[in-house]
Design a protein around this ligand. Sequence first.
Ligand SMILES: Nc1ncnc2c1ncn2[C@@H]1O[C@H](COP(=O)(O)OP(=O)(O)OP(=O)(O)O)[C@@H](O)[C@H]1O
Length: 249
Amino acid sequence: MSAAAVPSPALAVAGLVAGYERDLPIVKGVDLVVGAGEFLAILGPNGAGKSTLAKAIAGLVSIHSGELALGTRDIAGLPAHELVRSGLAFVPQTENIFATLTIQENLQLCADVLPAARRGERIEAAYAMFPDLGARRTIAAGALSGGQRQMLATARALLVEPSVMILDEPSAGLSPKLVGEVFETLLRINEQGVTVILVEQNVRAALAVTRSALVLCDGRVVHRGPAAGLADDPRLGEMFLGRYEGQAA
Ligand SMILES: Nc1ncnc2c1ncn2[C@@H]1O[C@H](COP(=O)(O)OP(=O)(O)OP(=O)(O)O)[C@@H](O)[C@H]1O
């Protein structure tokens, strides 16, 4: 990717080894530079370690070794809540909203990390971006459809005005129409200047909106390049099978 398209790194990962048990790394030495304003898809077969990589960056999985920087700040080892304050938002695949609380309460809980004077303004900004949520702010989040829940989870993450937003399979369980709506929303968020990293199983839909892609296989980066053309690239199948011997960054 050209320097013009990626002006400065929003996130830099070097030699990242991470996993749930010290002797069993799942992420096995990942190097990754994500430019400010980039919209990156992280793809790969089941069990490749995509979610684990995302969670390790977000401070939710132990880092065994390696370096992590958000902008110019070293973030390796920082707890997840501190990362949120630093501008890194993570939307998990599941349990990303409180079903028994109202939409408004879900947003208020996230807004608590902001200075009191800014909370109301940020919540109204979220409703402006997601009018369906604004119209239903007093209903329990558990009554929302799958797509609306994903929108609420996304709105919650946006409250802190992150520089980098990582989403773990936001399309899971959604109909193709809703997947399109969720991805279009992510595109809008990206166009507003947020660096978006999308972990996805839904390869074609993800590559239709993202600008760049990374393929992970067995905890290692096997491909990094533009999203355009990758969905129809015959080498993609080989990458998913771990048989691709081409460039690895
Ligand atoms: N909480 C956990 N504790 C222990 N091992 C885990 C945990 N979560 C995932 N793993 C293991 O880590 C490996 C990678 O899983 P991960 O969910 O990161 O892959 P993935 O590429 O996101 O897969 P998928 O697309 O199926 O979600 C798998 O072998 C999985 O069993």
